[in-house]
Design a protein around this ligand. Structure first.
Ligand SMILES: Nc1ncnc2c1ncn2[C@@H]1O[C@H](COP(=O)(O)OP(=O)(O)OP(=O)(O)O)[C@@H](O)[C@H]1O
Ligand SMILES: [Mg+2]
Length: 280
């Protein structure tokens, strides 16, 4: 099998060309960055956990009518997704003051906001992802007012749903970042949820103790980073049972229809032989 075509390497994930037109493979790495790439490190096992957590949350959101890019999990670190044209915005939903918001407005971390709110940043690492308003968004034609309405509506619905879901497992959803994209299907264009939802881009605090269970542990050198990610996965009921890749593939295949199992078996064999060749 020809090596798959890399499309993009980001800070936390890699994208490869997918097996069918209009699809991509999203590979979750253990790499972690903070403060716009100034701080770099790895969180061992993060990619595996984020793949699992994002799969679970995207599926639950799909169940409640939010269109997402998630198609299916391929293996421990990879999922098949619909390729979209990313709207170049970080959509940040906040329920409590934290992080840069607390600093900008001089508000204590953890203060409840009067109501949930959305902030937008222009996705551009070179410019440090600057905050923008809808005026900038329309002036630069990053998206139309109709698309903006949909993005806002989805973001608030996602917030309501995820806040409840996390509260149910003893976690406060403090804030989180979403990305949306345009999907072109049957001559129609629609906005769907893309990227990932994981402790990399959500602030998650234990409801009772206030313990941070997210990437702030890495940003602030709080230690026990892997444990925090694992704790979120455990509470969501998606912790991989046994850390080995082979057991995971068997488990995923067991959930697949027969036809797909055969296809995935042959591609797994091919992947192994490609890896073996590479080692040589
Ligand atoms: N369904 C999708 N189709 C196309 N691109 C996607 C899709 N979902 C996510 N992406 C993009 O894939 C990349 C994922 O990589 P990663 O999250 O590591 O990037 P990053 O280093 O954070 O950089 P960026 O600032 O672009 O997000 C992001 O650029 C994200 O916008
Ligand atoms: Mg990213």
């Amino acid at each position: 099998m020809a090596p798959r075509k890399p499309i993009y390497e980001g800070k936390a994930k890699q994208l490869f060309e997918g097996p069918e037109p209009g699809t991509l493979i999203q590979h979750f790495k253990d790499d972690a960055t903070a403060f716009n790439n100034v701080k770099k490190g790895t969180i061992s096992g993060k990619g595996v956990l984020n793949n699992r957590i994002s799969e679970y949350l995207m599926l639950r959101l799909h169940d409640m009518g939010i269109p997402t890019h998630f198609i299916r999990t391929l293996n421990m670190r990879e999922q098949l997704i619909k390729a979209v044209q990313i709207v170049p915005l970080e959509v940040i939903v906040r329920n409590y003051a934290a992080g840069s918001f607390s600093k900008r407005f001089g508000v204590t971390e953890g203060k409840a906001l009067g109501h949930p709110m959305i902030e937008y940043c222009y996705k551009n690492d070179a410019l440090g992802d600057p905050f923008v308003t809808e005026e900038h968004i329309f002036a630069f034609n990053w998206c139309t007012p109709q698309e903006m309405d949909e993005i806002r509506m989805y973001a608030f619905r996602i917030n309501d749903f995820l806040s409840g879901l996390f509260a149910g497992i003893g976690i406060r959803l403090v804030d989180f970042k979403l990305e949306f994209g345009r999907l072109f299907e049957n001559e129609r264009e629609m906005i769907i949820l893309a990227d990932e939802i994981s402790p990399d881009n959500c602030r998650l605090w234990d409801l009772k103790s206030g313990k941070k269970l997210d990437k702030d542990r890495f940003r602030q050198d709080l230690g026990q980073i892997e444990d925090a990610y694992r704790e979120v996965a455990r509470r969501l009921g998606v912790l991989p049972q046994d850390g080995t890749e082979s057991s995971y593939v068997i488990e995923v295949n067991a959930k697949m229809p027969e036809k797909r199992k055969a296809a995935s078996k042959s591609s797994a064999t091919k992947t192994k032989s490609t890896k073996a060749k590479k080692k040589k």
